[in-house]
Design a binder for this molecule. Sequence first.
Ligand SMILES: [Zn+2]
Length: 226
Amino acid sequence: MTAPENIQRAPQPARLSRRTLLGATAGGVLLGGVAAAALPTAAQAAPAPRCYTRTEWSARPPKSATQVIAKPDHIVIHHTASPNVTDYSLSAAYAVQHWIQNLHMDTNGWIDIGNQLTISRGGFLMEGRSKSLTSINNGQNVLGAQTADNNSHTIGIEHEGIYVTENVTTALFDTSVLTCAWLCNTYGLDPHVAIVGHRDYNTTQCPGDVFYARLPELRDRVAAVL
Ligand SMILES: [Zn+2]
């Protein structure tokens, strides 16, 4: 679940060096000659998954302007702690997104939904905070409200459901893989460093023991896509 818009702590430096990012092609040998033509482009390696926009799910407008910030160095995995529904339809996805936005704006008093992205139990990816999608596509981020003290350098993905004892759906996990691969590719991040659980930063059970235990698998699958 998301946390207050507290950005007092300075952003942590990225732990990933450019050398590490480029390690697979160090020296340029692998990119030479005919072999280079056969390599997929970055966009082909991790194409953007279908993301349902705020217009499509009929988001409420934010109370004040969204702040566009520099690209994140970490991707934070959350669960919504809402019931594990068995309605996997797009309309159910829109419904949970409205529930999150209303909670964040009306109960928490935030300017908008706190997280940048949401994935439903049915595997539908949706845009969260205003300008999230265009910012990602521009290699930037928006200042969210999802990980206390760390909003200035992280991007948050809410996953519908509660995974303290139950497992995620295959559809949700598969979309999370594609979404994280898209983000790692866009931002030049190493999935084994960048993908973390909310509990890695704040005192919370989020994203639940079961989902948290599957983060190594998530990182490995994202790396395989990349
Ligand atoms: Zn969380």
